[in-house]
Design a binder for this molecule. Structure first.
Ligand SMILES: [Zn+2]
Length: 311
């Protein structure tokens, strides 16, 4: 037999509310193959696990001759990083809470499995291979359907005493008034500055319901002054929260990701202005950067975790 020339890889999974992605990743963070499919979120935990395991099995079959040594998983929900169990999850993933995520994938795939929340995986990806590479500490904020955060120190995400660290969307925001939040609370950042939060704010101001944030973005680009105000409000609300977190954590760099960060220059300027209004003078120069890895970030972070567990 000839020598295998392909570099060794690990498998990585990103299990989200709408899609599940799998990839094979080298130690250097190169994605050598990938598959993405819709997550069967309403079909229950077994369907979600089976879909994810099938993606990994298909990638292994396609990578003939390449050794896949471990699996890293980033998943929506609160994940106990030590046990790999899902502690809680939103309704987007039916029956996900209580699932032994790592154990069931290990049994199906016969691989060592490490699992972590997807926002923490995203941050680990940016810390290892993306916008924060080379920095000792990173504060990542992901702004999308929800708002999550992760603080990474020396390559490890702080997951907290209850695995629930990073719920940045569920802190009080002066921009949110008494708006109802998805968590059941009131006046939280996510209620005003998430994608659905901004779409609802536009509907409240105009009396015109819109499908989602994309519709608001289109109207803002067309010169609709209320749509532009809502975009600026979203950037300012996130920036205000980021500024407070920077004062608390003093990160070397802040990275902003998620779909809402694609709103464009006006949103970003409002965000940066608000960060500077809040930060202490000694922290004025903390860089606030855009995610550079995009949707690959959670996969690369999950892969980095898997590599940590290999010899
Ligand atoms: Zn909340």
């Amino acid at each position: 037999m000839s020598e295998v020339r392909t570099p060794p890889v690990v498998a990585a999974l990103d299990i989200g509310g709408t899609k599940t992605a799998a990839a094979l990743v080298t130690r250097q963070g190169e994605v050598v193959d990938r598959i993405t499919v819709p997550t069967p979120g309403r079909a229950g935990a077994t369907a979600i696990i089976d879909t994810a395991a099938d993606l990994v099995a298909r990638l292994r079959a396609r990578a003939m001759g390449t050794r896949v040594s471990a699996l890293g998983v980033g998943s929506a929900g609160v994940i106990d990083h030590r046990t790999g169990r899902v502690l809680s999850a939103t309704d987007a993933l039916a029956g996900w809470a209580g699932t032994d995520l790592s154990g069931r994938l290990r049994a199906l795939l016969d691989l060592p499995v490490t699992a972590i929340n997807d926002v923490h995986a995203h941050a680990l990806g940016e810390a290892r291979h993306g916008a924060a590479a080379g920095h000792q500490t990173l504060l990542l904020i992901a702004v999308g359907t929800g708002i999550g955060a992760s603080f990474v120190v020396d390559g490890s995400a702080l997951t907290g005493a209850h695995s629930a660290a990073g719920h940045a969307g569920h802190q009080p925001s002066p921009y949110a008034g008494r708006l109802r939040c998805t968590c059941g609370g009131q006046g939280h950042l996510e209620a005003i500055a998430s994608g659905p939060g901004l779409a609802e704010e536009y509907a409240r101001r105009t009396g015109q319901p819109v499908g989602d944030l994309r519709a608001v973005a289109v109207r803002a680009a067309d010169g609709d002054p209320i749509a532009r105000e809502v975009v600026l409000l979203g950037g300012a609300a996130v920036g205000s929260a980021v500024g407070g977190l920077v004062n608390m954590l003093d990160p070397a760099v802040v990275v902003i990701g998620g779909g809402v960060a694609g709103l464009g220059d006006a949103w970003w300027q409002a965000l940066r202005d608000a960060v500077r209004r809040e930060t202490l003078p000694v922290l004025d120069d903390v860089p606030v950067l855009a995610s550079t890895l995009g949707s690959d970030a959670p996969l690369l972070g999950a892969a980095a975790l898997a590599w940590e567990g290999t010899a």
